[in-house]
Write a new protein. Structure first.
Lengths: 469, 153
């Protein structure tokens, strides 16, 4: 078997695993039903886009409404099979992300395939990937942004041309209008260019910069939108998760303090797996009868992976002696990290850092491959067994984290299904008044009859090792 | 260990956990796509009592359409019980320590007579769960006497 065939087999298995679990999650009540009903009431895709322009004072995300409208039309055409279409789209994008990842990592030898195996564990096991794969609003915009980021990076590594430039510009516009985090596409393209990739030309970079300026003009001057401020959403600070009122009381007079903390927290969360949403959860008092071993696993595995990445970044590459951190993938990772962290200034959220997490996994892939080559030639015979066992221990620990994603996706299906009972009458007020709920009865019927699973039937300590109380 | 063997073992050590996870979850994913039944990490309740004991409101709703809501059944509730017990859906709902579950099971057709209510209150008392104790006390606020009541687990 050729290494490339093995790499794609592994990729296909991971893509099947994640997309199958994503596909089973029913469309959620929260963050989905209201949007679905509102968008379904619009007469056309263009009207849905326009509605998205004016849906919020702080969020400019018209592409969310646009894609939702398109999928709704497809679902109506398929006989009102909403879950099939929306979850099919979600599953397909999850698979696409994993396929794009391997396409960019491009392992050519067995060392590369072995490194890809670890990188897949990092990609799926990192805490920033959980929400990225699981949530939907009703389309998963964080997953889409990660795909857009990988796509422009892949284009930057291509031979280029007018088509490549046009594709990059179109992707940037779509990303920026899908979610504010989509703006991170621009720093990634700039990083790719600075590191030497020429698949996206200088002219395209200028065009994208003009488009970014146009985005700001549209937001501020055209739509009179404002940025997020202190107290709009809860976020972590130190070991606490602060409510919106607590945030206003504590940081209303000095927002820069919270913003600085949140940006630094977001920068740290990808390489350290802490803090989570700004909160240093690992520093909370531990129950001596049930020590949260998952913290040790999460932080320990991240420290090792980040150590290997740091070692790799400081190495010099063979042809010209340039430090590795100036290579395309590391530069893109740094750009995604910094760009995403700055965009999350007002509140920390793991999903906002998910694109940075994807590039982190990509650099882990490159670093592990190089480390394997170095270990093969430089390990003393007396240390070989120790090295093999140590490597097996670390990669197994990452394997446990990756299994945690499967657990969380099954848990997501359980929670989403339960919402359709507990967040509906007679147990709660409906998300949409019954007079306006044209899709809700069908969505309810679909949700109750798909994705049966109950994580509480698992032996509890397993769940605890994945962070479940 | 010679260099060639070390090379092979090192690559195997790096790749092995990833390959295992890929096979386990990938094949489970194929099963999920084909039969809506993942092979791992996705257990399902076998009866309404088990659903009620494990907070599965959706399965209670679905199963209640074709089941006797007062019949006891062997129920696994790993979060609360060390061993499976023979429980009615209402008893399992109290053991789940979720008041909304008691309400849901009643709404779906379970009878709550005086004797059943006393048993449920005694289960809640034994579990010292404030939420279910308060919920059941709203239905019957008389002083509770659990002498002679058999806790079914």
């Amino acid at each position: 078997m050729k290494p490339s065939v093995a790499a794609w087999l592994i990729t296909a298995l991971f893509a099947t695993a994640v997309s199958a679990s994503v596909f089973r999650i029913p469309i959620q009540v929260s963050d989905s039903v209201e949007i679905l009903e509102a968008v379904d009431a619009t007469p056309s895709v263009a009207a849905a886009f326009t509605q998205g322009l004016h849906a919020s004072r702080t969020m400019l995300r018209p592409m969310r409404q646009t894609v939702t409208k398109i999928l709704l039309e497809v679902a109506h055409g398929a006989g009102d099979r909403f879950n099939l279409v929306f979850r099919g789209f979600h599953a397909a994008t999850a698979a696409l992300l994993i396929v794009l990842f391997t396409f960019i990592a491009a392992p050519r030898d067995w060392s590369g395939v072995a490194a890809l195996c670890v990188a897949m564990l990092v990609l799926t096991g990192l805490h920033t990937s959980g929400g990225m794969m699981r949530e939907a609003y009703p389309i998963n915009h964080f997953l889409l942004i990660a795909i857009y980021c990988l796509a422009v990076f892949a284009i930057a590594g291509s031979r280029g041309g007018i088509a490549a430039d046009a594709a990059a510009c179109i992707i940037f516009v779509i990303a920026a209008l899908t979610l504010e985090s989509g703006l991170v596409v621009l720093p990634i393209v700039i990083a790719a260019y600075v590191s030497g990739l020429r698949g996206i030309s200088r002219n395209a970079l200028i065009a994208m910069s003009v488009l970014a300026a146009g985005y700001v003009v549209l937001r501020v001057a055209g739509l009179h939108m404002v940025g997020n401020t202190v107290g709009e959403r809860q976020t972590g600070f130190g070991t606490e998760m602060l409510t919106t009122r607590e945030l206003e009381a504590r940081f209303g007079g000095a927002p820069w303090l919270l913003y600085t903390y949140t940006i630094v927290s977001s920068l740290l969360t990808v390489p350290l797996s802490q803090p989570i949403a700004g909160q240093w959860t690992a520093l909370e008092p531990w129950d001596p009868l049930a020590p949260p071993l998952f913290f040790l696993n999460d932080i320990g595995t991240s420290l090792v992976a980040t150590g290997v990445v740091a070692w790799y970044l400081m190495r010099r590459r063979a042809p010209d002696g340039r430090r590795r951190w100036r290579d395309p993938a590391p530069m893109a990772m740094l750009a995604a990290l910094l760009g995403s962290a700055v965009l999350s200034y007002a509140y920390a959220k793991s999903e906002i850092m998910s694109a940075a997490g994807v590039f982190y996994a990509l650099v882990v892939c490159l670093a592990v491959r190089e480390l394997a080559e170095v270990l093969m030639t430089k390990t003393r015979p007396s240390m070989r067994l120790v090295v093999v066992l140590a490597v097996l221990l670390v990669s197994t620990a990452w394997g446990w984290r990756a299994m945690g994603l499967q657990y969380r996706l099954q848990r997501g299906a359980f929670d989403a299904r339960s919402e359709w009972v507990l967040r509906m009458p007679p147990y709660s007020n409906p998300p949409v008044p019954s007079s306006a709920a044209r899709l809700t009865p069908r969505l309810l019927e679909e949700a109750l009859h798909r994705g049966r699973t109950n994580p509480f039937l698992l032996w509890p300590p397993y769940a605890r090792l994945w962070g479940e109380n | 260990m010679d260099a060639a063997r070390f090379r092979t073992l090192l690559l195997a050590a790096i790749a092995f956990p990833g390959v295992v996870v890929a096979l386990l979850t990938g094949l489970s994913g194929v099963s999920a796509f084909v039969a809506d039944r993942p092979l791992i990490l996705a257990p399902v309740p076998r009866n309404t009592a088990e659903a009620a004991g494990n907070r599965d409101v959706a399965d209670v709703v679905v199963m209640s359409e074709a089941t006797d809501m007062n019949a006891p059944a062997p129920s696994r509730i790993p979060l609360r019980l060390h061993e499976p017990g023979l429980l009615t859906p209402l008893e399992a709902a109290v053991i789940s320590e979720r008041a909304y579950m008691i309400r849901l099971v009643r709404d779906r057709g379970a009878r709550l007579g005086a004797q059943e209510l006393r048993t449920l209150r005694c289960i809640a008392q034994a579990r010292r769960d404030r939420g279910t104790i308060a919920y059941l006390a709203e239905i019957d606020s008389r002083a509770l006497d659990c002498d002679g009541v058999k806790i079914p687990y």
